[in-house]
Design a protein around this ligand. Structure first.
Ligand code: IMP
Length: 428
């Protein structure tokens, strides 16, 4: 399977990092294509426990390349810190990590603008990760962004930075009444990034193009999830990029025909961080229990995640906008200790049954979930690696999710470690 995309099917945090770590054994290239260090991918393997924000989770398999595509926005300090942390723990990155010279940089003023913008939105705040992601993508679309390649022509960079920062500092001072960001300090940081990042920046699209042309396996690591997509998510409570399959194409320079398998990663329940509609959200002790059992706290921000039941209306929509070839189910083991599990099969709006996910967040807020009850199962799925060893009730739940989504579940994750996985069908 030359190109396999691993995409978040829900609101992010589905466990994509672990799945990519498992599948990357067979990959020649593992690639990120969207988002930035708002992502937090947890990987637990024989090398140790890692939290990655920018570096692709395939980095732990020494034979493969790990690349960051043009669609990603890169905070140079965050990347350098991650590189230093990985090196310090013995992970070899030399010649194996490549960042596209077309990547836009998340600059210090983007982080300031993110924080000030959120504070100004008051009770309508999006609940961003505060990493400057939205402002960096805004500058990209406004054609005033700074790209990785720009670091290597400091003479040309200075006047551009001066102009861009003049604009942003005017907003910071006049709209938000806050302290401006220093141009001199920012330029100094650019000089430091230029030398530190030099060995890692290059033409990612050629690496990907050549690998695809040679029939090698390229694994794409999605960040966030379909329901946070700028267009397809619950706008305006979304991120500023495209975690869906279209983003994988533009974020790496891949052609639509290049995709062989598109895996939708779904938790056996749902979580969401930040604001926005979440119909199946639990506000009771079951929600608290799941949060504690699964340690549902943000990898990037530490915020407690909102927890709810699996929403198959959202899942069907997610499948439609991504064209999944099959699904990966994660964190099934978290449901092991529950007596009763609910599954949202449709919504109700003003007395009518709704099967299609509404496009408006306001309409969505008015919908009510229609649930199907599922008895908990005797026995544990935790650590199971063989489908025959799953408790009967758990298997029934898996089969029902397949029916409701219309897609087969090819991989089931039963714990955080690399080996805790049931492979129903090989996907790469
Ligand atoms: P931003 O991407 O920091 O602008 O945040 C926009 C929305 O996306 C907020 O609701 C965040 O909580 C959410 N978000 C961004 N990245 C992630 C992620 O990796 N996992 C889960 N939620 C995320």
């Amino acid at each position: 399977m030359p190109v396999c995309a691993v995409l978040g099917g829900q609101w992010g945090d589905e466990g994509k990092g672990k799945i990519v770590d498992v599948l990357a054994e067979k990959a020649h290239v593992t690639a990120r294509f969207s988002g930035g260090n708002n992502a937090g991918h947890t990987v637990m393997n024989p090398e140790g426990d890692f939290k990655l924000h920018l570096v692709p989770s395939g980095i732990f398999w020494p034979e493969g390349m790990a690349v960051i595509g043009n669609g990603v926005v890169v905070d140079p300090d965050a990347l350098l810190e991650e590189i230093g942390g990985l090196r310090g723990r013995g992970v070899d990155l030399d010649g194996r990590l490549l960042v596209s010279d077309r990547c836009h940089l998340v600059m210090p003023y983007h982080v300031v603008l993110d924080e000030l913008g959120e504070a100004a939105r008051g009770d309508q705040a999006i609940g961003t990760t505060g990493k400057g992601i939205g402002p960096a993508y805004t500058d990209k679309a406004a054609r005033i962004g700074i790209r990785a390649a720009d670091l290597f022509d400091l003479e040309a960079l200075y006047p551009r930075l001066e102009r861009v920062m003049g604009h942003h500092n005017a907003i910071i001072e006049k709209v938000y009444d806050a302290a401006p960001v220093s141009l001199a300090e920012t330029f100094d940081r650019c000089k430091g990034w230029a030398s530190a990042l030099r060995p890692f920046v290059g033409a990612v699209e050629h690496v990907v193009y050549n690998a695809v042309g040679a029939g090698k396996t390229v694994l794409l690591e999605g960040a966030q999830g379909a329901m946070l997509d700028l267009d397809h998510g619950t706008y305006p409570y979304v991120t500023s990029s495209h975690p869906t399959i279209g983003g994988a194409s533009t974020g790496l320079g891949l052609l639509p025909r290049d995709f062989d398998s598109i895996l939708g990663v779904f938790k056996a329940y749902s979580t969401r961080v930040g604001s926005g509609p979440f119909l199946t959200e639990l506000f009771d002790e079951t929600g608290d229990l799941i949060r504690e059992l699964a340690q549902e706290f943000g990898t990037t921000t530490g915020r407690p995640r909102r927890v709810g039941w699996f929403d198959s209306v959202a899942a069907r929509y997610s499948a439609r906008v991504n064209g999944y070839t099959s699904l990966v189910l994660t964190r099934l083991d978290v449901l092991d200790s529950l007596d009763n599990i609910k599954l949202c099969v449709a919504y109700e709006l003003e007395g009518k049954r709704v099967e299609d996910f509404p496009g408006s967040a306001a309409v969505l807020e008015r919908c009510k979930p229609i649930y199907e009850d599922f008895p908990g199962w005797d026995g544990a799925t935790a650590g199971v690696t063989n489908i025959e060893d799953l408790p009967e009730g758990a298997l029934r739940y898996v089969r029902r999710l397949e029916e409701l989504s219309g897609l087969p579940i090819d991989v089931i994750s039963t714990g955080p470690y690399r080996h805790e996985v049931v492979t129903v069908r090989q996907v790469v």
